[in-house]
Design a protein around this ligand. Structure first.
Ligand code: THG
Length: 259
C-alpha cells in the first residue's frame, strides 16, 4: 500500500501561512517527518489557488524536493499551477487530480501526457457527487477514454471513488468498496486506485478518527486499493498498514515488527 502523506495542505493553520510567506522550514520539517513515518509520496495541496498559484506550486515543489527523495502528488484544480509544479518536479509526479468534469479532464490529461506523470481521476463531475458504485464507474470509463485519447497508459491512472464522511453519507462507504472492485475490470492493464482516506472520518470526534480511518483502509486494501492519501504520522494507522503487510507475507513477522 502506497501511503501519500496528506499534511502539506493550505487549509492547515501552520502550513497555510508558511506557504503564503514562503517560509520553508515548517514545510520541510513536515515533509521529512511524514516520509520517516512511512509515506512513499507527499501530497502538496494548495487548493484552487487562483491568484499566485503557479509561483506557489513551483516554490513548494523545489522546497520539498530539496529535503526528501519521494515523488509529489500535486493537489490543485488550477492547471497553470499544476504545470508550473510539473515543470520543476524531479522524477515522476502525480497529478491530483483530473475528474469527470470535462474542462478539468481535458486540461489535466494533456499535462499527464506532456510530463509523463501519473494522474488521479476523481469520479466526480460538474453535475455533482456520484450516488452509487455504478455512477462512479460511468465517470471512471470517461476518464479512461480521455487517457487513451491523449496517450496516457491506464497503468498511470489512479481512479479515486471519492470517499464521503461516514457521519454524513453512511451508505456511501459500501458503494466506494463496490466501485473499487469494479474499477479493476474497466481496462487492461487494470487502472490503479487511490482514496483520500481521512474524508471518511471528517467531522467525527478526534478521538475516534484513527480507528475509523484504520479499519476502513484495511477493508479497502482487501478490495483493490493501491494507494491512500492519509496521515503517515498516525501510528495506529501506519501500524495497521504494516500488520497487513505481515499478513500478506510481504514482510517477515517478528515481535518487534512495529518498532
Ligand atoms: N481525493 C483526492 N485528493 C484529496 C482528497 C480526496 N485531497 C484532499 C483530501 N481529499 C485528502 N487530504 C486531506 C488532508 C488533510 C486532512 C484531511 C484530508 C486533514 N484533516 C484534519 C482532520 O481530520 O483532523 C482537519 C480537517 C479540517 O480542519 O477540516 O488534515 O478524497 N484525490
Amino acid at each position: 500500500m502506497l501511503i501519500i502523506g496528506e499534511k502539506i495542505n493550505v487549509m492547515s493553520k501552520t502550513i497555510g501561512p508558511a506557504m503564503k510567506e514562503r517560509n520553508a522550514k515548517p514545510i520541510q520539517e513536515l515533509a521529512i517527518v511524514q516520509v520517516e513515518g512511512g509515506a512513499g509520496m507527499l501530497d502538496v495541496n494548495i487548493g484552487p489557488a487562483s491568484k499566485g498559484g503557479a509561483e506557489m506550486m513551483e516554490w513548494l515543489v523545489k522546497t520539498i524536493q530539496e529535503v526528501v527523495d519521494v515523488p509529489l502528488s500535486l493537489d490543485t484544480t488550477n492547471s497553470e499551477a499544476m504545470e508550473a509544479g510539473l515543470k520543476v518536479h524531479k522524477g515522476q509526479a502525480l497529478i491530483n487530480s483530473a475528474s469527470g468534469d470535462q474542462e478539468r479532464l481535458h486540461s489535466m490529461m494533456p499535462l499527464a501526457a506532456k510530463y509523463n506523470s501519473k494522474i488521479i481521476g476523481l469520479t466526480l463531475t460538474e453535475k455533482g457527487i456520484p450516488r452509487d458504485a455504478s455512477e462512479r464507474c460511468i465517470i471512471a470509463a470517461d476518464i479512461i477514454a480521455a487517457a487513451a485519447e491523449y496517450g496516457v497508459s491506464t497503468g498511470d491512472i489512479y481512479l479515486d471513488p471519492l470517499i464521503l464522511p461516514i457521519g454524513v453519507a453512511q451508505n456511501q462507504a459500501m458503494e466506494v468498496i463496490e466501485a473499487l472492485k469494479m474499477f479493476k475490470e474497466l481496462a487492461d492493464p487494470a487502472p490503479k486506485t487511490v482514496v483520500g482516506l481521512s474524508n471518511i472520518s471528517n467531522g467525527s470526534p478526534k478521538e475516534i478518527q484513527s480507528v475509523i480511518n484504520a479499519t476502513y483502509l484495511i477493508t479497502l486494501a482487501w478490495n483493490g486499493l493501491d494507494a491512500a492519501i492519509a496521515d503517515s504520522l498516525d501510528k495506529e494507522l501506519m501500524g495497521a498498514v504494516k500488520t497487513l503487510a505481515v499478513f500478506k507475507n510481504e514482510i517477515l513477522y517478528c515481535h518487534s515488527y512495529l518498532d
